[in-house]
Design a protein around this ligand. Structure first.
Ligand code: AMO
Length: 420
C-alpha cells in the first residue's frame, strides 16, 4: 500500500487485513494493515454510502478486505492520509485470533505455537522483511565477487562437522543423514566452478537447547579457489559493511516496532589473534586455557576492546574441523566472525593436498576410507581454496540485538519443536 498525501483526490483500491475498528458515533474508522504498514479508512455519515455502515458493523479483526475510495490528505491520520470509501468487499472473515498481536506480547513459546498468526505482528513483519533485504545484500556481494549460486544435496552419507550431530534418514534400503553443512561439496566445486555459494538449510542434531542454537538453520556457504582465509575475510568484511547499510536503511521501520539494531555502520573489522584474545580474557579474570573454545560471554567481553564486530583468527587447529589448513604447527588459518558476542560465521583456508588431508583425518581418528568419494576428487586437480559458513538466523539476531535466534526464524526447529 503506497498511499501518500500526493495522491490527494484520487481514487485507489487497497487490500489488507482489519487491524483495528473504531466507532465514535457518526464517524467510524477501519485501520487496515498490510506488510508495509497501516492506512486509515474513514466512514462518515452523510459522506459514505449507507450500505458500508452495515458492512462495518459485521467486520472483525483480521478480516481480509478490499476497499475502493478516495484519498484525502490528513494532518492527524497515520501516514498523513485517509481513504473515504465508496465500496468495501469482504474477501474472508477471520475467527477471533488465538493470541494477541495488537498490544500484548505473549511468551515466545505461545507465539511459536501460533507462528503464522504471530507473524502478523508489525515487529515480525519488520524483522522478516529486513531479513529478506539482508539476503539480497549477501547475494549482491557474492555475485559482485564472481561467485555462482549452487545447490548441493541435503541427503548425504558422510559427516563433515563431527559425527554425533547427524540426523539419520531412512533412504530406501540404507541409512543416510541430513546435511550439517555443504562443506565437502562446496570444496569439490572449487575444482570446476571456482567460486561458489549456497544459501540453504543445514541440520544439526545438537541436543542442547540454547538461545543461539537451532536444529535446522539457514546457512550461507561460500568457497573460492585460489584464495586464502584473508581473502575470504576481506569479502566478509565488505559484506558486513553493506549489511550494516541495509540495516540502517530500515532504521525508521525498526524504531517504530521497538527494535534497536546493534550494527548500523561498520568501518573496519579488527582481526584478533586467538592468543591475544585469550590474554585479554585472562586479564579480565576469565578462567580460560589455550585450546579452549571461547564462550558467548567471553566474546561479549572482548567487544570492550574491539567493538561489536570483529574477527577472531588463527585458532588452535584442535578446535577446528579436519579440513582446516594448519599454520605454524598447532594453529590454523581459520577465523570466526563475531557480531555482538555471537559467532555468526566461521571459515578457513582448507587443506588441498590429499596426503595432508588423509593425515589430518587419521590424527583425529577418522578413517580416510570412509571419505574416499571426497578424497578422490583431490587427485584430479584440486586448487588451493578457502571459504566461510555463515548462520543466517544468527546474523539477523546479532545485528538487531535480538535475545533469541528464534526471533529471526520463521518456523524454528529445536529440541522440543518440530511443529508448526
Ligand atoms: P560451523 O559449524 O561453525 O562451520 O557453522 C557455521 C555457522 O553456522 C551457524 N551455526 C548455527 N546456527 C544456528 N544453530 C546452530 N545449531 C548452528 N550451528 C552453526 C553459526 C556458525 O558460525 N563447514 C563450516 C563452515 C566453513 O568452514 O565454511 C561449518 O559448518 O553462525
Amino acid at each position: 500500500m503506497d498511499v501518500t498525501p500526493a495522491l490527494h483526490g484520487s481514487e485507489v483500491v487497497v487490500a489488507g487485513w482489519v487491524w483495528e475498528l473504531r466507532d465514535i458515533g457518526k464517524i467510524k474508522f477501519i485501520v487496515l494493515r498490510d506488510r508495509e504498514g497501516f492506512i486509515q479508512i474513514t466512514l462518515k455519515a452523510g459522506k459514505t454510502p449507507e450500505n458500508l455502515f452495515k458492512i462495518f458493523v459485521e467486520l472483525g479483526r483480521e478480516d481480509v478486505i478490499v476497499v475502493k475510495g478516495v484519498v484525502e490528505a490528513s494532518k492527524i491520520a497515520k501516514r498523513g492520509v485517509e481513504i473515504f470509501p465508496s465500496e468495501i468487499w469482504v474477501l474472508n472473515k477471520a475467527k477471533p485470533l488465538p493470541i494477541d498481536v495488537w498490544s500484548e506480547t505473549p511468551d515466545l513459546a505461545t507465539r511459536l505455537r501460533w507462528r503464522s498468526v504471530d507473524l502478523k505482528r508489525p515487529r515480525n513483519l519488520a524483522i522478516f522483511s529486513l531479513a529478506s533485504a539482508m539476503l539480497r545484500t549477501i547475494r549482491d556481494v557474492l555475485y559482485g565477487e564472481g561467485f555462482v549460486e549452487v545447490f548441493t544435496p541435503k541427503i548425504i552419507v558422510t559427516s563433515t562437522e563431527g559425527g554425533a550431530e547427524l540426523f539419520p534418514v531412512l533412504y530406501f534400503e540404507r541409512v543416510a543423514y541430513l546435511s550439517q553443512s555443504p562443506q565437502l561439496y562446496k570444496e569439490q566445486l572449487t575444482a570446476s566452478l571456482e567460486r561458489v555459494f549456497e544459501i540453504g538449510p543445514a541440520y544439526r542434531a545438537e541436543k542442547h537447547n540454547t538461545d543461539y542454537h537451532l536444529n535446522e538453520f539457514i546457512s550461507v556457504d561460500a568457497e573460492a579457489a585460489f584464495m586464502d582465509y584473508t581473502d575470504i575475510m576481506n569479502i566478509l568484511e565488505k559484506m558486513t559493511k553493506n549489511l550494516a547499510k541495509t540495516v540502517a536503511s530500515f532504521s525508521t521501520k525498526l524504531n517504530e516496532v521497538g527494535v534497536k539494531p546493534v550494527v548500523t555502520e561498520v568501518r573496519n573489522v579488527p582481526r584478533v589473534d586467538y592468543d591475544e584474545a585469550v590474554d585479554w580474557l585472562r586479564r579480565l579474570g576469565f578462567a580460560v586455557n589455550w585450546g579452549d573454545d571461547l564462550t558467548v560471554e567471553m566474546q561479549m567481553a572482548l567487544m570492550k576492546f574491539y567493538g561489536p564486530v570483529y574477527f577472531l583468527v588463527n585458532f588452535p587447529a584442535s578446535l577446528r574441523p579436519f579440513y582446516t589448513k594448519r599454520r605454524d604447527g598447532e594453529k590454523s588459518e581459520s577465523y570466526d566472525l563475531i557480531i555482538n558476542g555471537i559467532e555468526v560465521a566461521s571459515g578457513a583456508t582448507r587443506i588441498h593436498r590429499r596426503d595432508e588431508l588423509e593425515e589430518e583425518m587419521r590424527k583425529r581418528g577418522l578413517d580416510p576410507r570412509l571419505f574416499e568419494a571426497h578424497l578422490s576428487v583431490f587427485d584430479y586437480g584440486m586448487p588451493p581454496h578457502a571459504g566461510f559458513g555463515l548462520g543466517f538466523n544468527r546474523l539477523v539476531t546479532a545485528m538487531l540485538g535480538l535475545d533469541n535466534v528464534r526471533h529471526a526464524t520463521l518456523y524454528p526447529r529445536d529440541r522440543y519443536r518440530v511443529e508448526p
